[in-house]
Write a protein that binds this ligand. Structure first.
Ligand code: DOR
Ligand code: ZN
Length: 348
């Protein structure tokens, strides 16, 4: 196999993932741990992870769900509510339990009912986070039912994010799972003070995928995929080499029965082949040289964490159809032409 048919990069991290709990955790955590050295773990369990004690216990359950010998570090987040106490949050951060805090506008998405109802009221918390350098991770959508669902991210930037960053200078924020050219332009304009994660699925599908020959619940997530111009803008951002854009899968598994029903859950499950999906996109764009920065360097640098030791090798060739257990992985039925080499002897 020619050298260009293999790609070896520093071990990557996933800066946004949902691992759930219980049986689902045991099913999905090994996929993420196989690909990524670390991941930012979303706290939207039921009930949500709002205290350092709960986060510590959840971290232990995650580690218990990993296969023998796995080397994977879960980075825990605190779910912000109207009641979050700045002092307790700071202690959880300084103790090394919390890596970041996650803001869900109340009602924006799965298990966000306990989220923040009035973001202005949390300014003391944000000011404390700015002071201690604790990252704020944002689900960037307004919940106003008057706003069209496809416009909720762009309106969030204008109505919520820009005023917040003006009120709290120095706040280290990440706009999660961006889906629009508006977000790309805004994050670029901030030139480094604001980070953004980009999912594999938003680089691959546009909103037509929701209605391809009928309703396609497994392509439904929040923020919902937008029109093609936005997908192209996201691709441009991901491959650009701008260090404020980095990998965050937002892999969000739901049982098939909770997707294929009258009111299906939002969430796309990409964990079994996440890195392969990104590699395919970068390859299609002729930008494989920029995959390592996006997947393995920029996020760590933004968070101020060391880069991972070790490497992972991808090779051209179809990816395995892994994933079952009553959850539908995104890659199944798609032609994937990269796979991770588990066997070091295949590396060249
Ligand atoms: O599609 C999504 N699924 N978006 C979110 O923000 C939450 C996630 C989930 O937890 O299922
Ligand atoms: Zn998410």
């Amino acid at each position: 196999m020619a050298a260009s048919d293999q790609l070896t990069i520093r071990r990557p991290d996933d800066w946004h993932v949902h691992l759930r709990d219980g049986d689902m955790l045991r099913l999905v955590a090994p996929y993420t741990a196989r690909q990524f050295a670390r991941a930012i773990i979303m706290p939207n369990l039921a009930p949500p992870v709002t205290t350092a004690e709960a986060a510590g216990a959840y971290r232990r359950r995650i580690l218990d769900a990993l296969p023998e010998g796995a080397s994977f570090l879960p980075l825990m987040t605190c779910y912000l509510t109207d009641e979050t106490d700045a002092q307790a949050l700071e202690e959880g951060f300084l103790d090394g339990v919390f890596t970041a805090a996650k803001l869900y506008p109340a009602g924006a998405t799965t298990n966000s009912a306990a989220g923040v109802t009035d973001i202005n009221k949390l300014d003391p918390v944000f000011e404390r986070m700015a002071k201690i350098g604790m990252p704020l991770l944002l689900h960037g959508e307004v919940t106003d039912p008057e706003v069209d669902v496809f416009d909720r991210e762009a309106v969030f930037i204008e109505r919520v994010l820009e005023p917040l960053l003006a009120r709290v200078p120095g706040l280290k924020a990440v706009l999660e799972h961006i889906t629009t050219g508006d977000a790309v332009d805004y994050v670029n304009a901030k030139a480094g003070s604001l980070g953004a994660t980009i999912t594999a699925h938003h680089l691959i599908i546009n909103r037509n995928a929701l209605f391809e020959g009928g309703m396609r619940p497994h392509n439904y997530c929040l923020p919902v995929a937008k029109r093609e111009t936005h997908r192209l803008a996201l691709r441009g951002a991901a491959i650009s080499g701008a260090p404020w854009f980095f990998l965050g899968t937002d892999s969000a598994p739901h049982p098939i029965a909770d997707k294929e029903c009258d009111c299906g859950c939002a969430g796309i499950f990409t964990a079994p082949a996440a890195l392969e999906l990104y590699a395919q996109v970068f390859d299609e764009e002729g930008a494989l040289d920029n995959l390592e920065g996006f997947a393995s360097v920029f996020g760590a640098e933004f968070y101020g964490l060391p880069l991972n030791e070790g490497t992972v090798t991808l090779a051209r060739g179809s990816a395995p159809d892994a994933g079952d257990g009553g959850v539908q992985p995104f890659h199944v039925g798609r032609d994937l032409n990269w796979r991770i080499l588990d066997n070091p002897e295949e590396r060249r």
